[in-house]
Write a protein that binds this ligand. Structure first.
Ligand code: KG4
Ligand code: ZN
Length: 363
């Protein structure tokens, strides 16, 4: 197996949930990262409606891909990328196979297959969670990023907290992972969204709750810390969600003033974070990771991030977070980064006709 060519160029596609996303990456460099959010479409329903997600992906996928190529090419001179960003020079197509919403994943997969056949390109199928896990390896078009100069060390630990997943992953090598723990019911982001819905705050709930919590007292409401006495590294947030519901029912409407919303948000955020920190600490004690990698939309939460940093500091473990918000939440650039590591091992899809979505794909 000869050395893979320099400046290997991947077009990456992700349609796993409610973002239609396409990106151009050259090795670890992210040249373009187009994300079309469907938030406004799902907002009235207080959560993602699979059928609507599929329709929206279908409507916009071609445009999003064209824009990713065009945008990347327009930056070619500025960042001295050399070759033109065009179908002629794209080396492979990366696409999310799962996990995610079946009918949403299907749109991206079908598009990837169609383009692979039309332009005679290989396909690299990617696990969405591996994308979140390796997103911190992404560099900007100038080649700067959290791991531009430092080396990745093993074993390391990944903490992935999103709207669909909450996972602790032991990284033995790139491509060699062990799932240490995951949520047994709701994901952390889902809990944020559902509690926000109970409070009539809007969707998605995470950023709204974080903002309200800033002026709240986290000790006003006594909520249970999930899974505190369970020895496993799994998470569970549905009990906390139910506890929130009962607590809210017990409070008179007239007492629900501005300060109430702030205090409730802060109290909920504190116990949810505490639960994550307890499991993270356990995972660190058991595995002595050399680095900690964070990913997934909930990692945008600065309260959670600070608590993670405090814990990691105590254990002298460096923490790596993707360099931009657009790499933390759902996006296609992270799929391109994960695909670049597969390309180096020549892990291409052998028969694209049988490539199928895997909604429950595990890491
Ligand atoms: O990773 P992501 O964009 O999509 C999934 O793969 O799920 O994560 C979306 C989730 C939503 O549940 C949203 O409420 C949550 O991330 N989120 C946050 C914050 N920003 C986004 N949760 C808490 N605090 C935030 N600042
Ligand atoms: Zn995701």
């Amino acid at each position: 197996m000869g050395k893979i060519k320099q400046n290997y160029m991947i077009l990456a596609i992700d349609t796993s949930c409610d973002e239609t996303a396409a990106a151009i990456v050259m090795e670890r460099k992210i040249i373009s990262n187009v994300i079309l959010s469907q938030i406004e479409v799902h907002k009235p329903w207080g959560g993602v409606v699979p059928n609507l997600a599929r329709q929206e992906h279908q409507k916009h996928i071609s445009q999003v891909i064209d824009l990713a190529i065009k945008r990347a090419d327009s930056l070619r001179k500025k960042f001295k990328l050399g070759k033109k960003v065009s179908w002629q020079n794209i080396d492979a197509i990366a696409v999310t196979q799962g996990p995610g919403l079946a009918i949403a994943l299907e749109v991206g997969l079908n598009k990837a297959k169609e383009l692979a056949k039309k332009y005679h390109k290989p396909i690299i199928s990617v696990n969405h969670m591996e994308g979140h896990l390796l997103a911190f390896l992404g560099l900007n078009a100038k080649g700067n990023g959290p791991l531009a100069k430092t080396k990745i060390l093993f074993p390391s630990l990944g903490l992935l907290v999103s709207g669909g997943h909450t996972q602790l992953v032991l990284v033995k090598n790139i491509g060699d992972y062990q799932l240490l723990g995951e949520t047994l019911d709701d994901a952390a982001g889902e809990a944020f969204d559902k509690v926000a819905k109970m409070l009539n705050l809007g969707y998605p709930g995470g950023p709204i709750i974080e903002e309200l919590a800033r002026t709240g007292d986290p000790l006003v409401f006594d909520l249970p810390i999930p899974m505190i006495y369970k020895p496993s590294l799994n998470f569970s947030f549905s009990g906390l969600k139910t506890a929130c519901l009962y607590k809210l029912r017990s409070i008179q409407e007239k007492k629900k003033n501005k300060q109430f919303y702030a205090d409730f948000s802060a109290s909920f955020q504190r116990v949810l974070t505490k639960s994550i920190i307890i499991k993270l600490k356990k995972a660190i004690k058991m595995n002595f990771p050399r680095q900690l990698f964070l990913g997934g939309g909930v990692i945008n939460n600065l309260y959670l991030r600070n608590e993670i940093r405090k814990l990691a500091y105590k254990w002298q473990i460096p923490v790596f977070i993707p360099y931009s918000k657009n790499l933390i939440s759902d996006n296609a650039a992270m799929i391109g980064i994960a695909a670049w590591y597969q390309a180096q091992k020549r892990q291409f899809v052998k028969n694209i006709d049988v490539l199928d979505r895997q909604p429950n794909l595990s890491i």
